[in-house]
Ligand binder design. Structure first.
Ligand code: F6P
Length: 325
């Protein structure tokens, strides 16, 4: 493989706050190193359909503070087909792209791995997802912002819940994992958290709530959207049958958590990892995700980042119960 002189950068899957900061870091580090960068518009779809735009350092001015992604994002159906991927590789050849930086979550890295396995493309990944569900990094870009958004909302819900002696079920994102749910439950002082990783019964939830309600004027139950008992609406309906006298409401935070200006923590993480992705490509690395582990930049092969399930911290799960007494 020849030297890396021209890099493509794309954002794919669900967007996350901090993706723009990562794009900026890729473009500016590349410029610092004398390398060209093209932004691919609309994720892998942009590669399939030849939708690219060259990016210089001034093209990424004033984006570090913006949520969403200037490159737009998509979950590409075309790229799932062998024909689509052949078109994507042809686009790379036409534009002389020597390597790709793919910013996203597990779906993004699955696509990157297929490009590598089928066509030998040089791809390096950056963990951009609010879900924080990738092994090989302690935090993903966007997680901190999403948690702060959820906590801000829960603080407001607590005000009204206390005024009316109500029980609230607040649903946060997390199709397969409870990282946002657990972190926001701790930070908002929630009484209980329902996590997809645990088998929690409605009876147990009701028991805990009955204990808490003796002393408390309000209770918040945080529910990860992917919980096996259902989302917040389904769970509240089951609880209502067992606690018919309790005044309860449901709030689904939804895509609010995916937008907004990234926190300083996410901007710093994105800047650090975006820059490291370019440096790693120049050092000959690819086929891996660049993450941060114990404060250090680390690379993890794609298979390791997506194949291994990252565990929730057990002590934090226990802490929700201890601190809600
Ligand atoms: O993967 C990130 C995520 O925000 C999940 O937590 C959520 O289930 C999903 O994306 C929502 O996806 P969409 O934007 O396609 O509705």
């Amino acid at each position: 493989m020849g030297p890396v002189r021209h890099i493509g950068v794309l954002t794919s899957g669900g967007d996350s706050p901090g993706m723009n900061a990562a794009i900026r870091a890729v473009v500016r580090t590349a410029a610092f190193r004398g390398i060209r960068v093209s932004g691919i518009i609309g994720g892998y779809d942009g590669l399939v359909n030849d939708h690219l735009r060259e990016l210089g350092p001034r093209d990424v001015s004033n984006i570090i503070q913006r949520g969403g992604t200037i490159l737009r994002s998509a979950r590409s159906e075309a790229f799932r087909t062998a024909e689509g991927r052949t078109q994507a590789v042809a686009t790379m050849a036409r534009h002389g792209l020597d390597a790709l930086v793919a910013i996203g979550g597990d779906g993004t890295f699955t696509g990157a791995k297929v490009l590598l396995d089928e066509h030998g493309c040089r791809v390096i990944g950056l963990p951009g997802t609010i879900d924080n569900d990738l092994a090989g990094t302690d935090r993903t870009i966007g997680f901190d912002t999403a948690v702060n958004t959820a906590v801000e909302a829960m603080d407001k819900i607590r005000d009204t819940a206390s005024s009316h002696d109500r029980l609230f079920f607040v649903e946060v994102m997390g199709r397969d994992t409870g990282f946002i749910a657990l972190a926001s439950a701790i930070a908002s002082g929630a009484e209980y958290v329902m996590l997809p990783e645990l088998c929690q019964s409605i009876d147990q939830l009701v028991k805990e709530l009955s204990q808490a309600s003796r002393l408390k004027s309000s209770s918040i139950v945080v529910v990860a959207e992917g919980d096996e008992q259902g989302g917040a609406v389904a769970i509240s309906e089951q609880v209502r049958k067992l606690l018919p006298d309790r005044d309860m409401r449901v709030t689904v935070l939804g895509h609010l958590q995916r937008g907004g200006s990234p926190t300083a923590m996410d901007r710093i993480l994105a800047s650090r990892l975006g820059s490291a992705a370019v440096e790693q490509l120049l050092a000959g690395e690819h086929g891996c995700m660049v993450g941060e582990v114990n404060g250090q930049v680390r690379t993890t092969p794609f298979a390791g980042a997506i194949g291994k399930r990252k565990s929730l911290q057990e002590d934090l799960i226990a802490l929700v119960g201890i601190l809600s007494t």
